[in-house]
Write a new protein. Sequence first.
Length: 165
Amino acid sequence: MDMDGYARLTARIEKAWREFDDPATPHRDFRLDEISDLLEPAPLTQEDTERIVGRMARIALSDDEDRGVVEAALHAISTAGTRYTLPLPLVEPLADAADRFDPPLLAYVLSALGSTYDKAAIPLAKRFLDHPHPDIRREAEDALTEIRWRYRHELIRGAVPDALG
C-alpha cells in the first residue's frame, strides 16, 4: 500500500474513533466494528495496530460501556490477532479481568491470548481448561495450541543453524 492509501486508511480509522468518542453517536459499537473490519485486511504497522488494540482493551475494561461496545472492542482485538502478533502486556489485563466477562466475551479474550504467541500467556490460558463452559475450555485449548505452535517452530528454526554449524 502506498503512503496515500495508508493515509486514507488511517483517516478512516481516526474518523471512526471521533464518531465513537461523540456520546451523541447512535450505536457507538458500530464504529468499533468499522475499525475491526479495517484491521483484518489492512496492512497497518505493528505500532498502529498496538495503539488500536490498547485503546480497544481500555474500552473493554471500562465500567462505563454497555455490553455491545465491550463485545465490539473484544471482537476487534481478536480480529487484530488474526493478522498481527499481539503483545501480552496489551492483552494480559483482559485475562486478569476475565471474571467480568460472560463466556461469549471471554472467548475473545482467550483468542487474543493465543495471538500473543507468548509463553508467559500459557498460565493465563491454562486456568480456563477447567471452566464449566465447554466453549471456553475449547478456546483455552486453542489458545494454548497457538502459543505452543509458535514456540515449537521458533525452537526448530533456532536449532537448524546450530545443527549446520
